[in-house]
Design a protein around this ligand. Sequence first.
Ligand code: PLP
Length: 385
Amino acid sequence: MSQLGTESAFEVLARASLLEAEGRSIVHLEIGEPDFATPPHIVAAAEAAIEDGYTHYTPSGGIPEVRDAVAAHYSSRLGQEVTGDRVILTPGSKNILMFAVMALINEGDEVILPDPGYPIYASLVSFFGGIPVSLPLREESGFRFHADELATLITDRTRMVILNSPQNPTGGVLLQEDVVAVAELAVKHDLWVVSDEIYSQIAYDGPVPSIASLPGMLERTIVMDGLSKAFAMCGWRLGIGVAPAELIKHMETLMINSSSCATAFIQVATMTALEAPESEVSVARMVHEYRARRDVVVDGLNAIPGVHCHLPGGAFYVFPNITGTGIGEQELADGLLGEAGVATLPGTAFGPMGKGFLRLSYGKDIPHLEEGIKRIGEYLTARQR
Ligand code: PLP
């Protein structure tokens, strides 16, 4: 168990909630969860599915009709033929990652993953005996990796590369040339790729390229996706995996050994989420609002002396550089929570490359964000006096 990591967002949320219970006012910029309500047409579809009796176990990979509908959605999104036997539905996308690592990583296998990056990647890889290898993402490159650097990290023990675009925690987005470079290396060195696309629909500069859309890559890619972020459905728990049929069969066995199946009526509502015309409108409306929030947060942070914030291209996170304040990231995050009443995360919660950064989520409305930025500015001004 000592190998298993955690997500500090949940820990900071717990600390912030304790302070609130003591009567303190806290601005929550820590947890990566949209504040929007789930679009009503999806709620209605789930309610109707309960009424229709979708309250029983389903096949472990998902209801065949739903898998086929999800496959059709990914066929058009990826421009590659995806069939239902290449799709699995799980309670949240984290299961897809866990199952991929359990199925493919042996003791001592190396897995290249983004640093800073979603902490669960390194946690699961280590837990199942693999060796996480950090691929640095730097601010000056818009938090994209360098393909040359990636090439130097590959050894004869490398088995998998994990990509995430748009990215948590930086909001960075990979370009077509980046995914092409990874695909070439993956083919050359016979590697698996996990492509975490959970934020793919929250992008501000057009569609985000998927490595799975490149010729031949569906055979060695596990797309990790779900309804949590794009549809404001974190608490529903519905993850979607797209992978070669042979691997999906093993993932189904892992489902039989763990959750049995994803919740039946949520599977049915997934078809509505992915297909209904209202979904497109709802997602576009949310992305429009996220963009406005992003601009408020980035402008606000850049106006604070000692803080520099890169403009992210997607997701709902900013990753400001705070080295100019002269305060370390953990000390600053602690001070902001304890003294200023703003919950943020230290960049190092996402890997060593997060040193000198904070991560803020803008899953909250603009007045909330403005209050948070005001408190951060006042706190830093008072400290620098
Ligand atoms: N991947 C990334 C990069 C995330 O940030 C998160 C959640 O914060 C997840 C996956 C997990 O999402 P889900 O709710 O589908 O388990």
